[in-house]
Structures are given as structure tokens and as C-alpha cells.
Design a binder for this molecule. Structure first.
Ligand SMILES: [Zn+2]
Length: 134
């Protein structure tokens, strides 16, 4: 199950960060999941909950932010959301477009319980599971 591996990856990453930063407790993790990432949010949530209970992060909750697909036209540089997987420019009709968002599969931030720390720690590393997840 694809999502279970990703959930494990998220847990490992956050456990590593927690040790590195000396955090007391991790209360929550927010991940961005793009519509093109191939990940089913429900399955990821389910997998995470199951693994988390068995880990040192027990009690931590996962929040999934869905990221819609947007494209940018290479001709007229218009940016637009994609409906029904139609990858063509709304403005000029060109199909020569770049996908701007939709492939995300990143930890956005983690919420920590340490009184001394900032309540939300921005997770700088992006592309956590990029490459290995596809
Ligand atoms: Zn265009």
C-alpha cells in the first residue's frame, strides 16, 4: 500500500526532526498533498493513524491540505486552475503549459508542544517524498 509507505516516511522524517531540534512533543503534522501526487488522502490518514499509534509520536494528528492543480501557459503566461484534467490554457488555448502545482507531497509544518519553542515549526525541507513516492 503506497500511502502506508508515505505515512511511514512522514513519521520517520518528523521523528528525526524532533530529535534534531530537541522538541518535547509533536502535536500535529500538516502535509500538502497535490491532486496529481497519486496519494489518496483518506488512505494516507488511515495509514498514518495506524502507524502513529505504534510510534513515539502517539497522539499526534495528521492534517492533510489538498493542493489543486494549476498550470501556467508558456505562451501568454496566464495561470489557471485545471478542471477535468484539461491541460490547456484558458486564455490562448495553447497546450504548451507547465504544471505549477498539484505534484506536492510535502510536510508543510509540524506543531510542537514544547513551551519554549515556536508553536509551529516551518518545515524547510520540501520534496520530502518526491522521487521515491512515484
Ligand atoms: Zn496561454
Amino acid at each position: 500500500m503506497h500511502e502506508l509507505m508515505i505515512a511511514q516516511n512522514i513519521l520517520d522524517k518528523v521523528i528525526g526532526e524532533r530529535e534534531r531540534l530537541g522538541l518535547e512533543a509533536v502535536l500535529g503534522i500538516t502535509v500538502k498533498v497535490g491532486a496529481l501526487s497519486g496519494v489518496f488522502p483518506d488512505a494516507l490518514q488511515f495509514g498514518f493513524d495506524a502507524l502513529c499509534r505504534e510510534s513515539e509520536l502517539d497522539g499526534c494528528r495528521l492534517t492533510i491540505e489538498s493542493v489543486p492543480i494549476t498550470i501556467r501557459c508558456r505562451h501568454c503566461h496566464a495561470q489557471a486552475p485545471v478542471d477535468d484534467y484539461r491541460f490547456s490554457c484558458e486564455a490562448c488555448g495553447s497546450t504548451d503549459v507547465d504544471v505549477e502545482t498539484g505534484y506536492e507531497l510535502d510536510i508543510a509544518y509540524i506543531e510542537v508542544g514544547d513551551a519554549d519553542a515556536d508553536p509551529t515549526t516551518q518545515f524547510q525541507q520540501s520534496g520530502m517524498t518526491n522521487g521515491s513516492a512515484h
